[in-house]
Design a protein around this ligand. Structure first.
Ligand code: UDP
Ligand code: MG
Length: 326
């Protein structure tokens, strides 16, 4: 079998309300490109009817559709990782299932790749998210710019195109908690960005609670940079030096003035401040240790219950039988 020109990877988690609308726009948009393509849906342990709807779509378009069914919820980025593993295309595009990334824009990304870029990121024109989401991601962009070498105007948009080589490199990574756009950027040799439209969620609601968003951003920071730890140890040195001066001054005053009990609350203030910094440091260290812990356990990152796809020979014969892989 010759490889398709394009593989589209879409993670799906409880998206039953919007999937049909996605199919109705995605397939015509891809057909219009007049290239050989495959769409890989990864069902991330949805508890609604998403898996059944995906299976239905597979039986309608088995030649261009493949469905990976996880046995639980492992998160958007691991779902994309699993999708990447199954891609056969010369180029790969990732996309959200909620139609926030218009499928009609895929052609624009591919045109950019034709110019010789190996990674095409996107900037959302008129982002359709809440003000809170926009401001927090602006803040995280700012932090990331300062502590990593990753340069992305808009890290949050999953509509992105990658060369086969980048996807192969990502496939060789064994990271447990990762952030695909940043990981891909670190492997890109000629990255670029294009502006794309952004729409409101077609149906359903966001799968990211504030807690999940915070976790994701921790992954981004601790997964791609040691700067937070290094900054912390530098701050530790600075604080120790200041404290040393403080101790010397107090010792001299003790000898000259005698015992003093004034300034108790100032001392409390200073102590609380230092305890706060120490706790933050322990937490920060914990983030890195936690990553190491998850990595060294070497458990499988996700478990695939079934893959719905046509076997190569069957594809040629047009047989619809699904293959089950555990
Ligand atoms: N998603 C997933 N697993 C999860 C959470 C989300 O596969 O645990 C998928 C979801 O179905 C969607 C994409 O990841 O296709 C982005 O999720 P969402 O639209 O909720 O994120 P937001 O756009 O609010 O950042
Ligand atoms: Mg969304």
């Amino acid at each position: 079998m010759t490889a398709p020109d394009l593989s589209v990877v879409i993670p799906v988690y409880n998206e039953e309300a919007g999937l049909q609308a996605l199919f109705d726009r995605l397939y015509p948009a891809l057909d219009a490109l007049a290239i050989r393509y495959e769409v890989i849906f990864v069902n991330d342990g949805s508890s609604d009817r998403s898996a059944a709807i995906l299976a239905g779509q597979f039986s309608k378009r088995p030649d261009t559709t493949r469905v990976i069914l996880f046995n639980g919820n492992y998160g958007q980025h691991l779902a994309i990782m699993a999708g990447f593993m199954h891609t056969r295309g010369n180029r790969v595009v990732s996309l959200d299932a909620d139609l926030q990334n218009p499928p009609e824009e895929i052609g624009k990304l591919l045109a950019k790749m034709d110019e010789g870029y190996d990674y095409v990121g996107t900037i959302r024109r008129q982002r359709q998210d809440s003000t809170f989401r926009r401001w927090t991601s602006r803040l995280m962009n700012w932090v990331r710019e300062r502590i990593t070498r990753i340069r992305m105007t808009d890290q949050g948009c999953m509509l992105r195109a990658y060369s086969r080589q980048i996807v192969d490199t990502i496939n060789s990574c064994r990271e447990v908690n990762t952030f695909i756009p940043a990981l891909a950027f670190t492997f890109a040799q000629r990255p670029t960005e294009v502006e794309v439209a952004h729409e409101e969620r077609a149906a359903g609601e966001t799968k990211y609670s504030i807690y999940k968003l915070i976790r994701l951003n921790f992954d981004l920071v601790t997964g791609f940079s040691l700067v937070p730890l290094q900054t912390f140890s530098l701050a530790g040195i600075a604080i120790s030096l200041v404290s040393l001066v403080f101790v010397v001054v107090l010792a001299i005053r003790r000898l000259i003035v005698g015992p003093e009990a004034e300034g108790l609350f100032t001392l409390f203030g200073i102590a609380f401040f230092l305890i706060g910094i120490a706790l933050f440091g322990i937490g920060l260290l914990g983030e890195y240790v936690g990553r190491i812990y998850e990595q060294v356990r070497q458990r499988p990152r996700y478990l695939i219950e079934a893959v719905l796809e046509q076997a190569d020979g069957e594809r040629a014969a047009g047989d619809l039988k699904a293959r089950r892989v555990v």
